[in-house]
Design a protein around this ligand. Sequence first.
Ligand SMILES: Cc1ncc(COP(=O)(O)O)c(C=O)c1O
Length: 363
Amino acid sequence: MKYNRVYNFSAGPAMMPEPVLEEIAAEVLNYKGSGMSVMEMSHRSKVFQQIRDEAEADLRKLMNIPDNYKVLFIQGGGTVEFAMVAMNLMKNGVACYVETGAWSKKAIAEAKKYGEVKIVASSKDKNFSYIPDCSDLDIPDNADYVYICENETINGTTYFNLPDTKGKPLVSDQSSMFLSRPCDVSKYGLIWAGVQKNVGPAGMAVVIIREDLIRDDLPQWVPTYMSYKTHADADSLYNTPNCWAIYCCGKVFKYLLAQGGLEAMDQRNREKAALLYDFLDESKFFTGAVRKEDRSLMNVPFVSPSKEQDAEVVAATKAAGFDNLKGHKSVGGLRASIYNAMPREGVEALVDFLRQYEAEHSK
Ligand SMILES: Cc1ncc(COP(=O)(O)O)c(C=O)c1O
């Protein structure tokens, strides 16, 4: 690999496309003749305004975002959105949540601080190894929204069919699958994603919100910064934004467009994930942790015959140039995160390595 980089299977922050990193490196001291780095630039300057505007325009093109949705770049990453969603959208004080794993549980815990949370479906009974049936949920008339974590980064599940929300706005945490496949934005009330997994550097979330959900009647106690209206009215420039993250994400949006957009990403991601899942299905040593039809194309958790072996495999992969394969501390085992920027060769090389490991360690 060029630059001596490793295949980095981290769940986030995660790999970025190498050509994007090269472009950023070339511009880091003097951005397009401005005489300064984007890190040193006023967020009120014309140069930065263009970076911001292009980032939004390119994201709109990539996802085909309808005109009645606002695109917001908000600091603080994913965890801030757990609170913001509830603070902004709980008008009646009731919301429905689907509980599918670690990240939906965090969202639920946070939302409970601001109103009544109804868990309308859960996969807790089987250790969050599947996506529950969401075709006929019991949604009260006064529910403000239905919330899902569309790809559970730790548990490795993903939705291939969206819930029937019975007319209520669907809110989705897309952090670990954002831009990995085409998305019909019109089916959602709000999509949000922490960008450090499938797009750029940590510290920012992209929020795509239908305009009618932006409220100007929020209670007085909601902090100014936590109101979506604050960001929508100011085109995400109410205060100093995460300029660097906006710039890097903008580069990735352009790169994805040049690569053929989300259809092309989907095709590649399916192929990459199949390499790993086919191997796991064949293997007598490694076992995938998730029901087949709900398996994430981005985060692939698996186990070896024992905890001790898991640790040995992690050490062996690291020594061989595959980094960050240790499963999340809450679930153990192994996990390969194979976001957009993970090259196919990285997955092929990992599968070859695991196959060899199996041959040497199983009797
Ligand atoms: C699906 C999902 N939601 C939310 C978060 C929290 O994001 P952050 O660490 O940016 O607060 C993460 C991971 O970090 C995640 O994977």
